[in-house]
Design a binder for this molecule. Structure first.
Ligand SMILES: Nc1nc2c(ncn2[C@@H]2O[C@H](COP(=O)(O)OP(=O)(O)OP(=O)(O)O)[C@@H](O)[C@H]2O)c(=O)[nH]1
Ligand SMILES: [Mg+2]
Length: 688
C-alpha cells in the first residue's frame, strides 16, 4: 500500500453492540476495496479482523484489529472493535486514536447497551460520529424504528443522509439524500437510478429536512437558502462535514454488510464528510509535569503513541501506534517517555488483521505497528531524545470481577510470573494481586468471558496451565469478651530444654482499633529480653488465624505474669508461650467472625432502580442513597457484605440487561450475623 499524506487519511473506529456486524462490515469494506479477494464470514472463522483462535471459537471479536484499505485516492484505517462489555478497554483505545467513530447498529435490534456505552465514550472524547444502520436485509429489520431510537437516545444531531430501498428480503439499494439518486445493488455492485416512485415522496420530505438541517448551521447558506438558492450536493456535504468534525451532526447511512449492499457508499461518505487527522492541530501533552499545547506537524520529529500491544507467540510483542506528529521512519530510534528506554523501530509496518506489511515511513496521523520494543506498553509515548513530552493518557477501565488462580504444575509455576507480565502488557485492564490473608493470587478483569479468555491465552500463547478457584472472602476474627489464660511451653527431656510461661489477659478493642500489647510484668517474672518474644508469638498467631482460622484483629493482650527457667528459657520458649496462651485465651473470649463490608456505587438507567435496590437488600445490603446522573441514570450507593457481591459484575449485567455498571471498594469490617457462622466455618474448613 502506498503512503498517503495526512489529509488523505481517515482513521475510523467501528463500534457498537456485540453482534451488530462490525467485523462483517470491516470484511465487506476490504472486499469492496479489493484488499481481500473473497468475503470472509464470522461463522466460518475466516475474517481478516477476527484472527484469534478464541475469537473463532466464540464467533465474536475479543480485541481491536486494523483493516486499512485504499478508497478514492484516500487511505481508510478501519479499527474493528469488540462489542462485548468485557473488552471495552479496546473500545477506549480505538476511540482514543480514531478521528471518526462509525456506530454499527442492527436494524433488527436497534440501539442496544453496547451502542449507548460506546456513544458515551465518544461523547466524552468529543469525537466525530456517524451511524451505519446494518442488517437491513434481515427479517424484522426496520430503518424508521431504528432512526427513531437513535434520535431518542442521541438527539437532534442524528441526520439521515440515505434511505433504504426495500427492507428485509426486498432490501436492494439506497437513496442518496444529497443527490436524490438511487443506488440499486445487484450481486454487490451498484447501478445509479432515479428514486423509485414508492419512495419519492418520503425521499423528498427527508431530503428537505436534511437541507434545512444543514443550512441552519451556516449563515451564508441560510441567507441564500431563504432567497430560494438551494445549495448543491457538494456544498451540502461540505457544510455537513463541518458539523461532523465539530461532533454536532451525526450522519446516518445504511446497508447490509453480508450483502454486501451500500458499504461502498459508507466508504465514500467517510472520505467526503469524515475528518482527517488534521482535524487536530494541537495536542495537550505533559512536559516536565505540566500540561502544554504542542502543535501537531506533518513534518519534523515524530511523536508516537502506542494504543495497543499484542503478545504474539511467534513474533513476540507487537505495538500498534498512531503517529501524532511528524514522520516516523524505519530504523529510527526514539525514547520511551515513561520507561526512558531507547527504542529502535527496526521495522515498521501496516497491520491488516494479523498480517503485517513493511513500510519505510509513516506520516502524521497514520496508524502503524512495530515489533520487539524493549520496554514499551500500551499508552506510552515515544519521541526523539530531548523532547520529553507525554501524550494524553489512555483511559483504562477498572476491573470488576476477580478469580483466584493457581498454576497446575511446578513447571507452570516457574513460567507464571513472566506469562502474567506479558499478558498484562497486552491487556492493561488485567490486574494481578496477591491476597496475603487468603493466600490467593487474584486475577481481576471485566467479566467471566474476559477471565476465561485470559486463562485460555495463558495456555495457548505462553504454555502456562492454570486452574481457577472461587475467591475467598477475607474474613477476620476477633473476641467479644474478656478472658485470660496461661501459655506454658515446657520441654525438659535432657540436654538444653525449653521453658516459658506467660499469663495473658485478652480483651476486645473498638472495631478497627487494631492490636495492642500491654506489658504488665512486675518483678521480672518474665525477663525483659523475653517479653518481645511473647508479643511476637501472639502477633504470629493472630496472623496465622484464630480459633476458626481467620486473621485476628482488634484485640488487646495484657501480659501480666509468667515464669522462667534460668537455663531453659529462651526467646523461642516465650514465643511459644505467647502463642499457646493467646490461643487458649481466645477460646474463652467468645470468638466471633468479622465480615468485610464493601461500599458500592451502582449506576443504572432509572427504570432499573427499583430492581437493583431490591436486589441489594436481598444481599443484606443497606442502601445509603440515590443520586440522579447524566443520561437518565441513577447512582445507588450502598454498604453490602463483600461475600454477597463476589460475582456482582455478572449478576448486575443480567439484572439490568447489561445497562448497569458499578464500582466497589472495601469500607469496614462488622460482625457476621450468627445464622451465617456455621456456613462460613464449614467453607473455611473446606479450603484448608
Ligand atoms: N443478515 C445479516 N447478517 C449480518 C449482517 N452483518 C452481520 N451479520 C451477521 O451478524 C453476526 C454478527 O456479526 P459480527 O460481524 O461478528 O458482529 P460484531 O459487531 O463484530 O460482533 P462483536 O465482535 O461481538 O462485537 C454474524 O453472524 C454475521 O454474519 C447483515 O448485514 N445482514
Ligand atoms: Mg466483531
Amino acid at each position: 500500500m502506498k503512503v498517503y499524506p495526512p489529509e488523505k487519511i481517515r482513521n475510523v473506529a467501528l463500534v457498537g453492540h456485540s453482534g451488530a456486524g462490525k467485523t462483517t462490515l470491516a470484511e465487506a469494506l476490504l472486499y469492496r476495496a479489493g484488499t481481500v479477494s473473497r468475503l470472509g464470514r464470522v461463522e466460518d472463522g475466516n475474517t481478516v479482523t477476527d484472527f484469534d483462535p478464541e475469537e473463532h471459537e466464540r464467533g465474536l471479536s475479543l480485541s481491536l484489529a486494523l483493516a486499512p484499505f485504499e478508497w478514492h485516492g484516500h487511505k481508510i484505517n478501519v479499527i474493528d472493535t469488540p462489542g462485548s462489555p468485557d473488552f471495552i478497554a479496546d473500545v477506549y483505545a480505538a476511540l482514543h486514536v480514531a478521528d471518526l467513530a462509525v456506530f454499527v447498529v442492527s436494524a433488527v435490534d436497534g440501539v442496544e447497551v453496547g451502542t449507548e456505552r460506546a456513544w458515551r465514550i465518544a461523547e466524552e472524547f468529543e469525537l466525530p460520529r456517524m451511524v451505519f444502520i446494518n442488517k437491513l436485509d434481515k427479517e424484522q429489520a426496520s430503518f424508521d424504528r431504528t432512526l427513531d431510537e437513535l434520535r431518542d437516545r442521541f438527539g437532534a444531531g442524528i441526520a439521515p443522509i440515505e434511505l433504504p430501498i426495500g427492507e428485509e428480503a426486498s432490501f436492494h439499494g439506497v437513496a442518496d439524500l444529497f443527490t436524490d439518486t438511487a443506488y440499486i445493488y445487484d450481486s454487490g455492485s451498484a447501478q445509479e437510478a432515479a428514486i423509485p416512485d414508492e419512495l419519492a415522496e418520503k425521499e423528498h420530505e427527508v431530503h428537505d429536512n436534511l437541507v434545512e438541517g444543514i443550512v441552519v448551521a451556516d449563515d451564508d447558506l441560510l441567507e441564500r437558502y431563504l432567497e430560494g438558492d438551494i445549495p448543491d450536493a457538494a456544498e451540502l456535504e461540505k457544510t455537513m462535514a463541518v458539523g461532523v468534525a465539530n461532533a454536532t451532526v451525526f450522519p446516518v447511512v445504511c446497508g447490509s454488510a453480508t450483502g454486501p449492499i451500500a458499504v461502498d457508499r459508507l466508504a465514500t461518505f467517510i472520505v467526503e464528510i469524515g475528518p482527517s487527522p488534521l482535524r487536530r492541530s494541537t495536542l495537550t501533552v505533559t512536559a516536565a509535569g505540566s500540561e502544554v499545547d504542542v502543535d501537531l506537524r506533518t513534518d519534523g520529529d515524530p511523536l508516537v503513541q502506542v494504543f495497543k500491544t499484542i503478545a504474539d507467540p511467534y513474533v513476540g510483542q507487537i505495538s500498534l501506534f498512531r503517529v501524532l506528529s511528524g514522520n516516523v521512519k524505519a530504523e529510527q530510534s526514539l525514547q520511551n517517555q515513561r520507561s526512558g528506554s531507547d527504542e529502535r523501530l527496526s521495522k515498521i509496518s501496516l497491520m491488516v488483521g494479523k498480517e503485517s506489511e513493511a513500510v519505510d515511513q509513516l506520516p502524521m496521523g497514520d496508524l502503524g505497528a512495530v515489533a520487539k520494543l524493549t520496554d514499551t506498553s500500551t499508552g506510552d509515548t515515544l519521541s526523539v531524545k530531548g523532547q520529553p513530552v507525554k501524550a494524553p493518557a489512555m483511559e483504562i477501565p477498572s476491573p470488576v470481577l476477580a478469580t483466584a488462580i493457581r498454576a497446575k504444575t511446578q513447571a507452570d509455576t516457574d513460567k507464571l510470573a513472566n506469562a502474567l507480565r506479558r499478558i498484562q502488557q497486552e491487556d492493561p485492564v488485567l490486574v494481578v494481586d496477591r491476597n496475603a490473608e487468603t493466600k490467593q493470587t487474584l486475577l481481576r478483569g471485566m467479566g467471566e468471558t474476559h477471565l476465561a479468555i485470559t486463562v485460555q491465552r495463558l495456555s495457548r500463547k505462553f504454555g502456562v496451565e492454570i486452574a481457577t478457584e472461587p475467591v475467598r472472602v477475607p474474613y477476620r476474627e476477633t473476641i467479644s469478651r474478656k478472658a485470660q489464660a496461661e501459655g506454658k511451653y515446657k520441654k525438659q527431656s535432657g540436654g538444653h530444654g525449653q521453658f516459658g510461661v506467660a499469663q495473658l489477659r485478652v480483651e476486645p478493642t473498638q472495631r478497627g482499633e487494631g492490636f495492642e500489647f500491654v506489658d504488665e510484668i512486675k518483678g521480672g517474672s518474665i525477663p525483659r529480653q523475653f517479653i518481645p518474644a511473647v508479643q511476637q508469638g501472639i502477633v504470629e498467631t493472630m496472623a496465622d488465624g484464630g480459633v476458626i482460622g481467620f486473621p485476628v484483629v482488634d484485640v488487646r493482650v495484657i501480659c501480666y505474669d509468667g515464669k522462667y527457667h534460668s537455663v531453659d528459657s529462651s526467646e523461642m520458649s516465650f514465643k511459644m508461650a505467647g502463642r499457646l496462651g493467646f490461643k487458649a485465651a481466645m477460646q474463652d473470649a467468645g470468638p466471633i467472625i468479622l465480615e468485610p463490608i464493601s461500599k458500592i456505587a451502582v449506576s443504572v438507567p432509572s427504570t432499573y432502580q427499583g430492581d437493583v435496590m431490591g436486589d441489594l437488600s436481598s444481599r443484606r445490603g443497606q442502601v445509603q442513597g440515590t443520586e440522579a446522573a447524566s443520561g437518565g441514570r441513577q447512582v445507588i450507593t450502598a454498604l453490602v457484605p463483600t461475600s454477597e457481591i463476589m460475582s456482582y459484575a455478572v449478576d448486575l449485567r443480567s439484572l439490568t440487561q447489561g445497562w448497569g455498571t458499578f464500582s466497589s471498594e472495601h469500607d469496614h469490617y462488622q460482625e457476621l450475623p450468627s445464622h451465617l457462622t456455621d456456613k462460613v466455618v464449614a467453607e473455611a474448613q473446606e479450603d484448608d
